[in-house]
Design a protein around this ligand. Structure first.
Ligand SMILES: NC(=O)c1ccc[n+]([C@@H]2O[C@H](COP(=O)([O-])OP(=O)(O)OC[C@H]3O[C@@H](n4cnc5c(N)ncnc54)[C@H](OP(=O)(O)O)[C@@H]3O)[C@@H](O)[C@H]2O)c1
Length: 252
């Protein structure tokens, strides 16, 4: 593993579990210090922090519901207090009701849009002064195929991810002249706790597997490896894109 992130600072939302945790561990393995954001699962956040510390970098847990602008602000302030700057922001946290769109309640709509999309805008605005000052930074959000495909019961999240991908495009263009890279990664089916919320999860997983040319369900590190690429100088000509990482599932 390279160490080109030595002493860089990464703030990762939803890093207690799943894909966010894998991203935290991978960036820590490259030398970055990490703020591990979570909302409820303190034990999992502490476990991630302990695993990161074994890699010889600094890590702190911070509880914040990033869908709430004041809490997102507190998360960025905490990062700046601890490390003095922030070089990388990864928004991996997501939430959403699993039900048909025509039955969504307004509070369920708000929950998805606030957590999955608005939080990305607010966090970006909050890290911006530090990144502008150093004329450098990487901002990445994790999206999913439901942003542009119909997935039963996934509308609340899918619609929020479509907004997220548009935010990535606009911010990608607006922040490029400031030396800040904004990009996204859209995953196919990835083995995490989130899958358990899908109604008939085992059937859903089997069907997805049949349609995945790579012949396996994704693992969190499949996405984390692409985050590592997007924060490296090798991705220097990529701006405002959402890269699909799905074993080929979206080809069907
Ligand atoms: N799994 C998949 O198949 C898949 C596919 C494509 C894209 N994605 C995307 O990948 C990202 C991560 O998904 P995952 O499968 O890793 O999810 P996960 O295993 O369910 O983990 C969700 C993480 O987000 C945190 N979180 C949830 N709501 C939050 C909030 N309001 N504020 C702060 N943190 C919050 C959770 O914290 P607690 O531990 O405290 O609850 C946890 O760390 C999401 O953006 C998801 O849409 C997932």
């Amino acid at each position: 593993m390279t160490t080109h992130l030595k002493d860089k600072v990464a703030l990762i939302t939803g890093a207690s579990r799943g894909i966010g945790r894998a991203i935290a561990l991978r960036l820590a393995g490259m030398g970055a210090h990490i703020v591990v954001n979570y909302v409820r699962n303190e034990d999992a956040a502490k476990e991630t922090v302990a695993d990161i510390a074994k890699l010889g970098v600094k890590a702190f847990p911070f509880q914040a519901n990033v869908g709430n602008a004041d809490e997102a602000d507190a998360l960025v302030k905490f990062t700046l207090e601890k490390f003095g700057t922030v070089d990388i922001l990864v928004h991996s946290a997501a939430l959403g009701a699993f039900k048909p769109v025509h039955r969504l309640k307004i509070n369920q709509w708000d929950l998805s849009l606030n957590t999955n999309a608005l939080a990305f805008l607010v966090l970006t605005q909050k890290v911006l002064p530090a990144m502008e000052k150093q004329q450098n930074g990487s901002i990445i959000a994790i999206s999913s195929l439901g942003s542009h495909k119909y997935i039963p019961n996934y509308g609340a999240v899918g619609i929020s991810k479509a907004t997220l991908e548009n935010l990535i495009r606009y911010l990608g263009a607006e922040l490029a002249p400031k030396g800040i890279h904004v990009n996204g990664i859209s995953g196919g089916l990835v083995e995490t706790d989130a899958l358990k919320f899908f109604p008939e999860y085992e059937t859903f997983k089997k069907e997805a597997l049949l349609k995945t040319p790579a012949g396996r369900i994704g693992q969190p590190d499949d996405l984390a490896k692409v985050v590592a690429f997007l924060v490296s100088p090798d991705s220097g000509w990529i701006y405002g894109q959402t890269i699909i990482v799905d074993g080929g599932l979206s080809l069907y």
